[in-house]
Design a protein around this ligand. Structure first.
Ligand code: NAP
Length: 550
């Protein structure tokens, strides 16, 4: 069935948005505000995006609730009250349900609809999007502009382990957790992965499971979250302070409302530094990174923070051999995305929790009774949990399988790695916008901040195109190359590309080209660049001739 006939100039919609998470919901709201017709195509049965799928035990946001939310509507800010310092998955999902209802968004969202492909028109002035859904067969939707709001961490990465199909127990990926929950009472649970997800899930699983075995490939740093209920007084204070909070976020490096200490960790004495780290440790959360300006820029400065955290691990974990295995030594603190936790390291003091180092003795196969390591050791398991992350940033876009006007697919265009202009557009793919695409700050920031900035920029761009009667826009390959070079320099000015096992580099997915994908030059600087590009009349983009001229 066809919405709007393929091959003619008739479009069912001005814009198709893919995904109904934070990005897709706000994009739809802005498109409506511009008077444009739009539909959101969403694979899930409800809104929420990442917060629809990630229902694993302990799933909670690492950004604090008072700023992990939209800022575009002052009334929305005032009427929603968060209950905890860090919101749990169900609370964020409830917030996004509230937003969808409050702005009457659902009537333009097609749920349970998976995009399987998208083909640009030969003249690059429109798209035909192919979907599958509840009805048999494929449907196509015609639109002028295609906007991806698919998130950065939505393509689950399940390791390709031989024998998985032979496993006699149950297995799960944390990003595709069953909605009805999983009861692990009385069961031997194995968790593969100690990233942010594993570090959240392991303490919660261990509370119920008969035995929990953690398979760790790379030891990780983690800072205590210090979660707790938000009092009425705190909520009132945040609500009163929102104008200032939003201002700090807008001027920040990473969209969080905290200011990075402008001192070097090396210019203060050891005892002053230790006191600063202790205060940050006690306060808890991602703000630890802001203790000194050069933690992500200078190895010696970073090592002071890394060693402080190693000392805390040594202090918390009673068994010295286990503590030793938990010490991260192959990368510096926060050069991979730093997790925050609730009693993660303490969990290894339980008698019913075992830590297995699969760096020295890798997982070789899944066998019916559990996991077998290279040494031949078999760990018997009833449930196997893959907290093994995602094919980040590029994976969600490649799954849409877009093809440009000449038939070149995104997979072909990105064979050597991604390239974009500002993370917003891709040469060879006209009239396509990618919210929080590769080479934008995205995962190095508080995501709602980056999402709002991108959506606002795209809305401004669409308004400009409409006002000038222009129906085609495409990134210039030269601008894309310059942007890639600027990204490389921005990343190289930090320690981030040195963490060899980082998913920022694609290192977690075998065969993925090694490219540092998020823009490391800072959120405020990036946003200023985008504003400047728009003000210059969209420098670096090729705009189609205005209709009148054509
Ligand atoms: P991740 O950071 O990529 O961690 C995956 C873990 O699985 C790593 O420890 C990895 O080891 C391990 N692993 C992967 N394949 C493996 C294999 N074949 N054998 C053994 N170990 C394997 O994924 P994640 O924890 O899901 O987190 C991804 C991102 O999602 C986070 O960094 C964060 O940005 C976001 N997130 C946010 C929140 C939040 O805000 N609350 C919560 C969870 C996740 P290596 O390190 O050796 O590759």
């Amino acid at each position: 069935m066809v919405d709007g006939e393929v091959g003619n100039r008739e479009f069912a919609f001005d814009a198709v948005v893919v995904g109904a998470g934070f990005a897709g919901l706000y994009m739809l709201h802005r498109l409506r505000g511009l008077g444009m017709s739009a539909v959101v195509l969403e694979q899930a049965a409800g809104v929420g995006g990442t917060w629809y799928w990630n229902r694993y035990p302990g799933a909670r946001c690492d950004s604090e609730s008072y700023y992990y939310c939209y800022s575009f509507d002052r009334e929305l800010e005032q009427e929603w009250t968060w209950t905890e310092r860090y919101p749990r998955q169900p609370e964020i999902k409830a917030y996004l349900d509230h937003v969808a209802d409050r702005f009457d968004l659902r009537r333009d969202i097609r749920f349970s609809t998976t995009v399987t492909g998208a083909r640009a028109d030969a003249d690059g002035r429109g798209w035909t999007v192919t979907t599958t859904g509840a009805e048999a067969g494929e449907r196509t939707v015609r639109c002028r502009f295609l906007i991806t709001a698919v998130g950065c961490l939505s393509a689950a990465n399940v390791p390709d382990l031989p024998g998985l199909e032979s496993f006699a127990g149950r297995w799960f990926h944390t990003g595709q957790w069953p909605h009805e929950g999983v009861d692990v009472a009385g069961r031997r649970v194995g968790v593969v992965g100690t990233g942010s997800t594993g570090i959240q899930a392991i303490p919660v699983l261990a509370e119920t499971a008969a035995h929990t075995t953690v398979f760790q490939r790379t030891a990780n740093y983690s800072i205590p979250a210090r979660n707790g209920p938000l009092s009425d007084a705190e909520s009132r204070r945040y609500k009163a302070d929102y104008p200032q909070i939003r201002e700090v976020q807008a001027q920040s490096t990473n969209g969080h409302p905290f200011v990075i200490n402008q001192q070097s960790a090396l210019e203060v004495g050891a005892s002053e530094r230790d006191a600063a780290y202790r205060a940050a440790w006690e306060r808890g959360g991602l703000r630890f990174r802001a203790a000194y300006r050069d933690l992500l820029a200078d190895e010696a400065a970073n090592e002071t923070a890394s060693e402080f955290i190693r000392d805390r691990i040594r202090e918390i974990v009673r068994d010295p051999a286990t503590a030793e295995r938990l010490l991260p030594r192959d990368h510096g603190f926060a050069t991979k995305r730093p997790p925050i936790d609730t009693h993660y390291f303490e969990t290894y003091n339980r008698d019913d929790v075992t830590l297995v180092d699969v760096r020295s003795d890798p997982i070789e196969a899944v066998v019916p009774e559990g996991l077998r390591l290279r040494s031949g050791t078999v760990h018997p398991l009833d449930d196997l949990v893959f907290a093994t992350g995602f094919d980040a940033l590029t994976g969600p876009l490649l799954r849409l399988d877009p093809a440009g006007p000449d038939g070149t697919t995104l997979g072909e265009a990105w064979r050597e790695g991604p390239r974009t202009y500002l993370g917003l557009a891709i040469s060879g793919f006209p009239n396509l916008f990618t919210i929080t695409g590769p080479f934008s700050p995205s995962v190095l920031t508080n995501m709602p901040s980056s999402i709002e900035q991108h959506v606002d920029w795209i809305a401004g761009c669409l308004e400009h195109l409409r006002d000038t009667g222009t129906d085609r826009i495409e990134a210039d390959p030269a601008a894309e190359r310059e942007w890639a070079e600027h990204n490389r320099q921005a990343a190289d000015a930090t320690l981030l590309p040195r963490a060899a096992t980082s998913w920022y580099l694609g290192a977690n997915v075998p065969g993925k080209p090694s490219v540092f994908m998020p823009y490391a030059g800072g959120f405020a600087r990036y946003a200023a660049t985008c504003t400047d590009v728009a003000r210059s009349g969209y420098r670096g983009f090729r705009l189609g001739a205005p209709r009148a001229a054509a």
